[in-house]
Design a protein around this ligand. Structure first.
Ligand code: NQM
Length: 357
């Protein structure tokens, strides 16, 4: 006799990565067939219920994320990290983007599961971003041969402090300027389409009749603005060569930028792409920072450059600093992008998917 009739469980860690939260799995613990895998993840996260009440998703895109990690066959990487966005209220699992916040958790997860071994006080984990083909090197704190989450790094939007996770990102194969232009006119508005890790469309908030400092909820409630953002997105997918099915993809992000108002370099509000981010994505910020440092973009003239390579991206709950260095040559390229995040193991165990519905 069995103790209960629940479905077979799956080994899973629930982790915070930066300002996001997600379920982390070893690839070997999930079905290899994509359709089966996605159906299982929908049941685990509780989608497509808007409250995800029967799953472990947090009913917001920032807390409905999945990372799948495995040992890499690529000699340049220790592990592969596949990111999957589980859409909250649609039966959709999208691999159209990666996620730099959950990336911060993926490094610690690789150490926790023994896919990589700590090498000293700090350990570097080289991660292949499967979604984009990019590569990132994470430096994690590993005193006593194990990853620690305790430390004094602060991340805006996360209470308290935690161990720093330094992330150095190398570009993927996607061109920095997917349309080949610094500025395009999309649905009647000037926009910079840029991809320094996250396909993004940068638009001046003032051009859409808002200040760019509003609360996310106020922007989401502005029906006229939301309709304009969708029009811009529709024009952008065509111009950037992205999946035209706006309901099945989570890119590009539409970012409203304005002059800084809190001592940073640039103020931002990001549609990701339907809900408005409570903070800013990591690679989203890397892409915004790239637009801020390249002359001739729509951010040129709004962004205030601080000393050195730092661009301080203001967002609804604080700021995110990006260390960014453009290349030396005449072409607009980014030579180096780095950020600091924190991560934490929240729960490690067995997750039980809801019934097939
Ligand atoms: O841009 C949200 C997040 C993200 C993505 C989103 C991210 C990134 O904050 O690297 O981290 O833009 O969908 O988790």
């Amino acid at each position: 006799m069995t103790a209960s009739s629940r479905a077979a469980g799956v080994r899973c860690a629930l982790m915070r990565g930066g300002t996001s939260k997600g379920a982390l799995f070893l690839a070997e613990d999930l079905p290899t067939d994509r359709t089966e895998r996605d159906a299982l993840l929908l049941r685990i996260m509780g989608s497509p219920d808007p409250r995800q009440i029967d799953g472990v998703g947090g009913a917001h895109p920032l807390t409905s994320k999945v990372g799948v990690v495995s040992v890499s066959a690529d000699p340049e990487a220790d592990v592969d990290y596949l990111f999957l966005q589980v859409v909250v209220d649609e039966p959709v699992v999208s691999d159209s983007q990666t996620c730099g916040n959950i990336l911060a958790a993926a490094g610690a997860f690789a150490l926790e599961r023994g896919l990589v071994t700590a090498t000293g006080e700090t350990s570097d984990v080289r991660i292949r971003l499967v979604n984009t083909g990019g590569l990132a090197t994470l430096r994690l704190q590993t005193p006593d041969g194990a990853v620690t989450y305790d430390g004094d790094a602060e991340v805006s939007g996360v209470p308290g402090t935690a161990a720093p996770v330094s992330i150095m990102v190398e570009p993927g194969s996607a061109p920095l300027l997917p349309t080949g232009n610094l500025v395009d006119e999309l649905a009647g508005v000037a926009a910079t389409c840029i991809d320094n890790g996250m396909p993004s469309v940068i638009v001046r908030a003032g051009d859409l009749g808002v200040s760019g400092t509003e609360d996310p909820a106020d922007l989401e409630a502005d029906d006229k603005l939301v309709a304009r953002v969708r029009e811009i997105r529709a024009a952008a997918v065509a111009a950037m060569g992205l999946d035209p099915d706006l309901d099945a993809t989570t890119v590009p992000k539409i970012v409203l930028v304005a002059e800084p108002h809190a001592g940073g370099s640039i103020s931002t509000r990001s549609f990701i792409p339907v809900r408005v981010h409570q903070a800013v994505g990591v690679l989203g910020a890397a892409s915004i920072a790239a637009a801020a440092v390249l002359p001739g973009t729509v951010a040129d003239g709004l962004a205030v450059r601080s000393a050195g390579d730092r661009v301080r991206v203001e967002h609804p709950t604080g700021f995110l600093d990006v260390e960014i260095a453009p290349g030396d040559g005449p072409d607009p390229v980014i030579a180096r992008t780095a950020v600091v995040r924190t991560a934490r193991m929240l729960f490690d165990g067995i997750v039980y998917p809801g019934p097939v519905r």
